[in-house]
Design a protein around this ligand. Structure first.
Ligand code: HMG
Length: 445
């Protein structure tokens, strides 16, 4: 059976930039280093007045289809993963399809459209659905378009406000893909949690500190499940490990625990044991708490070794290169981590064809998913066509006053009027509300 995976990818950032240490920190009375050193963030992407989850999704998809020289009849399925939807019935994918039909000659009337929801892990779940649809042979030779799109905004003065972002990732799923092929083995860690939720509201209710613990616990469970299901997690197997990245500091923690887990009982643990000893085993301790304390100390020492620093610099750090400048994109976040890692690897001239990625997705509420991906021979061509660095560079830097207004605009409040801060150029734009409360879109040449 042919491999199935991601054939092409396009990324669209919101066109506004909030400078976190320079603009946000002083206005909030925060130390700028909390952002740069603590959270690992420099700027956030925010959407202009005429941008939203639909325009960002449609603009990314338009570029992807054009670049791959596809017509709409090549697409048999569109799934949008989002946690910023503005309608409980009509899926965002129908709006995106409506936009694409304005600029392509044919239509998407025979494509199955839907919306996937499970916080940030929904983008990965939509990839899974597309994979299963193609593997089942129900695609009739057509491809799936999976889009992860969000305006990840928090209530003003919520601690999460520091980690905001907005953007979309469009991915084309097909047989014999050019970028990565998905593994069959998967692992899940899932539990009913109330760490982050949006009960009929645009901005989330968040227990930030607890959400970090839940992320780590579910990720560990998913890793164990992946191993039970035949996945081999030896660190040497993976060229890059893209994690869901709400902010780079979260990945710094997850990576340390993940590395400790993966080297346990391997020759890597033996190699590093000369320097820092073996990992504590629970049977050696009188109490669980004493074991946890020893494990914490071991992990801290492990992260200071050259071996860990080299592994982190090569396998994790490159995946954070985009996230540091755009913030959390919720459903898109793990997919920009994959793209960032591959983009950095391309710049460094690494030969990754045939190597593996280990992808760690996570959604609050809560569920983690782990799977592997094999990097395909066409990856360099695919990645070299991304223009995300240019988009990030060209964003309009906003003042704190402008930030306060734009934040209000994106609460879907019809009464707020604000002039755009940028000029649309060859893109889909939001241009008002229809008679049934629908949002309307047009293409600006
Ligand atoms: P906070 O209270 O703003 O920040 O909350 P803090 O005081 O904890 O500081 C953050 C880090 O900066 C800490 O580092 C500080 O020490 C450091 P750590 O100890 O953790 O390594 N720091 C400094 N470093 C240097 N110089 C300084 C300085 N000051 C502080 N001067 C929090 C942070 C993440 C809780 C908050 O931003 C939040 O609530 N975020 C939203 C929730 C979130 O992102 N959770 C992550 C896991 S859940 C998830 O990923 C799912 C999600 O994407 C949603 C979904 O699935 O849909 C969110």
């Amino acid at each position: 059976m042919a491999e199935v995976g991601i054939d092409g990818i396009e990324i669209r950032t919101g066109k506004l930039k909030l400078d976190l240490p320079g603009t946000f920190a002083p206005a909030q009375g925060d130390d700028p280093e909390k952002f740069t050193k603590g959270l690992g963030l420099y700027t956030s992407s925010l959407p202009d007045v005429y941008e939203d989850i639909v325009t960002m999704a449609a603009n990314a998809s338009h570029r992807l289809l054009d670049r791959k020289d596809l017509s709409l009849s090549d697409i048999g399925r569109i799934d949008v993963a989002t946690e910023s939807a503005f309608d409980k019935s009509k899926p965002v994918s129908t709006y995106v399809a409506g936009c694409l039909e304005q600029v392509f000659e044919d239509d998407l009337h025979h494509a199955n459209k839907g919306e996937r929801k499970f916080a940030c892990v929904a983008g990965t779940q939509a990839l899974d659905d597309a994979y299963n649809w193609i593997r089942a042979g129900r695609n009739q030779g057509r491809k799936a378009l999976v889009i992860a799109t969000d305006t990840a905004l928090y209530e003003r003065d919520d601690p999460g406000e520091s980690t905001q972002g907005a953007g979309a990732v469009a991915m084309l799923i097909d047989e014999n893909p050019d970028l990565v092929a998905f593994s069959d083995a998967q692992g899940y860690g899932s539990a009913d949690e109330t760490d982050f939720l949006k009960p009929n509201q645009q901005f989330p209710s968040v227990d930030g500190k607890r959400s970090m613990q839940v992320y780590l616990a579910r990720m560990r469970e998913a890793m164990e499940d992946f191993e039970r299901n035949g996945g081999d997690t030896h660190p040497d197997n993976f060229a890059l490990i893209p994690f869901h990245t709400p902010f780079p500091g979260m990945v710094r923690r997850a990576a340390a625990l993940g590395f400790r887990h993966c080297i346990r009982g391997t020759e890597v643990e033996e190699e590093v044991a000369d320097e820092i000893g073996h990992q504590p085993r629970e049977t050696e301790f009188d109490s669980h708490d004493a074991f946890l304390e020893a494990q914490k100390e071991y992990t801290e020492t492990l992260t200071e070794t050259n071996m860990y620093e080299e592994w982190y610099a090569e396998t994790i750090e490159p995946t954070l290169a985009i996230s540091r400048y755009v913030g959390n994109w919720y459903t898109g976040s793990v997919h920009i981590a994959r793209a960032a890692g591959l983009q950095e690897a391309l710049e460094d001239g690494r030969d990754l064809t045939g190597r593996q990625l280990l992808v760690g997705s996570y959604g609050s509420g809560a569920q983690a998913e782990i799977h592997a991906e094999a990097i395909q021979p066409g990856w360099e061509d695919e990645i070299s066509q991304l223009n995300i660095d240019e988009q990030v560079e060209n964003r309009r830097d906003i003042t704190f006053d402008e930030y306060e207004q734009i934040h209000d605009v994106h609460n879907h409040d019809e009464s707020i009027e604000m002039d755009p801060l940028t000029t649309p150029d060859g893109e889909f734009v939001f241009d008002g509300w229809g008679r049934m409360g629908e949002r309307k879109y047009s293409y600006v040449e």
